[in-house]
Each structure stands twice: as structure tokens, then as C-alpha cells.
Design a protein around this ligand. Structure first.
Ligand SMILES: [Zn+2]
Length: 141
């Protein structure tokens, strides 16, 4: 079986691999390996968004605005890196990209996923969920 450690290099599609193999099913060491990888930021040259009737190419500046944003070239979709890893079904494809990205960022699943990502390998899950809850309450107050 192909290991996640082989999904490296220029044309590797780590996001696609994780969508079909599930981060939660990896060994602890493989999870740590995934966490240590830079968030994949493929150019997504084939992704076109429709905005007010016009076709617009995907702009990589979106990656700077949303540090969690990632993409899969083979699936030709954008995803949330934290949610690909930690949310049951929190990833999405982003059609009306700007509005949807901000909405996603405010969602409960995303808040939980991002905290889980940050603390993964550092402390136990009870503390992680606790700080996720605090972060969520803070955002919505
Ligand atoms: Zn997310």
C-alpha cells in the first residue's frame, strides 16, 4: 500500500490522498509527518471561478488571505487543510469563493479543526477541544 510519506515532491497531491485515505486512519507517526508538511498550495491553473458572469482564474493571493486554504489539482477543487485533516465532513469546494471562505472561517467545524491542528502532537485532545470551544465562543461574542 502506498504510504503518505511517498506523497511528496512537486506533483504530489497530498490533499487528494488524504481525502481518500482519511487522516484519522493514519498511524500517529504518519499524522505527525503530515502535520510537518507545508500546507499544499498548488497553482490551480484549471480552476475558474465565475464572478458576475465573468470567468476569473484562481489567484494565489487567496492563499495569503486564508492560511488554511489548500487545493487538489487532480480534483480541481479548493479545500480547508485543517478540516481535511480533522473535520468529519468539514471540507468543501468553494464556488463563490470570497463569501464562502469567510463563512467557512467562522464555522464551528473549522474553529475546532484549526485548534486541533495547532495542538496536534502537543497536548491531549481534551485540552484541545476545550480551547476550541473557548476560541469559538470568543469569535461569536
Ligand atoms: Zn476549515
Amino acid at each position: 500500500m502506498e504510504s503518505v510519506r511517498q506523497i511528496t515532491g512537486e506533483n504530489a497531491d497530498l490533499v487528494s490522498y488524504l481525502l481518500s485515505h482519511k487522516f484519522s486512519g493514519l498511524s500517529y507517526n504518519d499524522k505527525i509527518f503530515v502535520k510537518q508538511q507545508p500546507i499544499p498550495r498548488p497553482p490551480m491553473n484549471n480552476l475558474v471561478q465565475i464572478k458576475s458572469g465573468h470567468n476569473r482564474a484562481f489567484s494565489k493571493t487567496l492563499y495569503d488571505k486564508h492560511i488554511w486554504l489548500t487545493g487538489s489539482e487532480s480534483r480541481n477543487k479548493l479545500f480547508c487543510w485543517y478540516c481535511v485533516l480533522f473535520a468529519e465532513a468539514g471540507y468543501d469546494n468553494f464556488k463563490e469563493v470570497h463569501r464562502v471562505l469567510i463563512k467557512h472561517e467562522m464555522s464551528k467545524d473549522h474553529t475546532y479543526s484549526s485548534v486541533k491542528f495547532k495542538v496536534f502532537g502537543k497536548q491531549n485532545i481534551v485540552n484541545a477541544l476545550d480551547s476550541a470551544r473557548r476560541e469559538f465562543i470568543k469569535k461569536h461574542n
